[in-house]
Design a protein around this ligand. Structure first.
Ligand code: CP3
Length: 348
């Protein structure tokens, strides 16, 4: 983050920091990806998915692709939440059509993780940010990110995604000491990673807690709130007032406690969170981000436009960043994204 840049010159950063705007700035979760033919072309050229993440020229190119097509207010670094386990030395592969595959972590395996290796291993990611920053118009916000420790741990322990991430939930309950050690490693790695992202040019970072759902209140406090709070605090000891967007997907009734304890500047809302409920439950000056159902974008047409307008009207009383309630899906027609951006910008 460059403290000399006024947020007014970057509308999306301004909204994160609490400035309400007539029409909300917009970015789209997973905006660089397979729904774009130009992404698929680069992806093919790159070899493996991790090769793409670690080749700064290509990663910078795909980071910028969506901004060439659409009037978006932010670029988000092209990388993945699972570069942290890769940097820690765990085996991580991305299988086409199958998603990520990791060698499942055991209590004994914890000792082999290499936290000291993380920032060095991820040097190409910082170079990607530097390249993007150099090419990005001054009114565009550059978003960095990491996966929150619990979400990353669910993949490290389970070895892959699953509908309920039960393997990690059972591990956390049966191996509390090993689990706490793993979370500590991830908190420290994430702080170092995010601080380096700010130093490389990120204006704001998002903490992706994609698996905040399915946790009881005690587990939510221990697995989600506490590690996210430690990351926000840890980053801000080195980057004072670092702007952070928290996205605890599915946190539902636990959102107010998350906001209060973590100190995030803005809160990403998934699409199951009713606008009225969010307005009543959250501090009135808090900036919110969201929350269109990605399948409404895929389906397109009048229902998409009406729902987008309803969300904008619903959040008119507070700072709002328009976004989806989760990542865009690969089957989404490009024309629907074009139309959504037009609608959010107030175009007819
Ligand atoms: O444009 C952007 O948003 C930046 C890049 C980005 C990717 N992944 C690229 C990616 C970001 C921010 C992520 C975050 C991410 N990765 C999350 C959190 C957000 C969410 O959707 O919940 C999670 C859980 C992951 C882990 C992950 N990576 C999964 C489960 C998968 C497979 C499913 C899928 O979407 O394909 C990935 C692979 C991945 N990460 C792809 C992309 C573009 C597709 C792989 C490919 O192109 O071959």
């Amino acid at each position: 983050m460059d403290p000399t840049v006024s947020p007014v010159t970057k509308p999306l950063l301004g909204a994160v920091l609490g400035t309400r705007q007539a029409r909300p700035p917009i970015w789209i979760m997973r905006q660089a990806g397979r729904y774009l033919p130009e992404y698929r072309a680069v992806r093919e050229k790159a070899g493996s998915f991790l090769d793409l993440c670690y080749t700064p020229a290509l990663a910078a190119e795909v980071t910028l692709q969506p901004l060439r097509r659409f009037e978006l207010d932010a670029a988000i670094l092209f990388s993945d939440i699972l570069v942290i386990p890769d940097a820690l030395g765990q085996s991580v592969r991305f299988e086409t059509g199958e998603g990520p595959v990791l060698e499942p972590m055991t209590p004994e395996g914890l000792g082999t993780l290499r936290p000291d290796n993380v920032v060095d291993h991820l040097a190409p990611v910082f170079e990607t940010l530097e390249r993007v920053k150099a090419d990005l118009a001054p009114d565009k916000t550059l978003i960095g990110f990491c996966g929150s420790p619990w979400t990353v741990a669910t993949y490290m322990i389970g070895g892959h995604g699953s509908p309920d991430q039960a393997a990690a939930r059972v591990f956390a309950l049966q191996e509390p000491e090993a689990f706490a050690r793993l979370i500590d490693v991830l908190v420290e790695a994430s702080i170092g990673y995010l601080v380096a992202q700010f130093r490389a040019g990120a204006d704001v970072v998002q903490l992706f807690e994609s698996w905040a759902l399915n946790l009881d209140e005690e587990a939510f406090a221990a697995c989600v709130i506490d590690p996210n709070r430690r990351i926000v605090e840890g980053v801000r000891t080195q980057i004072p007032d670092a702007p952070v967007i928290g996205f605890p997907r599915g946190a539902a009734a636990m959102l107010p406690a998350y906001v209060q304890a973590t100190g995030v500047n803005a809160l990403g809302l998934d699409f199951s969170m009713p606008v009225g409920f969010a307005n009543r439950a959250l501090p009135p000056a808090l900036s919110v981000q969201g929350n269109l159902d990605p399948l409404r974008l895929l389906a397109g047409g009048a229902q998409m436009e009406a729902r987008a307008e309803a969300i904008i009207a619903g959040f008119a009383g507070r700072p709002h960043i328009f976004n989806l309630g989760h990542g865009i899906v690969p089957e989404t027609p490009v024309a629907h994204v074009e139309r959504l951006v037009q609608v959010v910008k107030g175009g007819r």
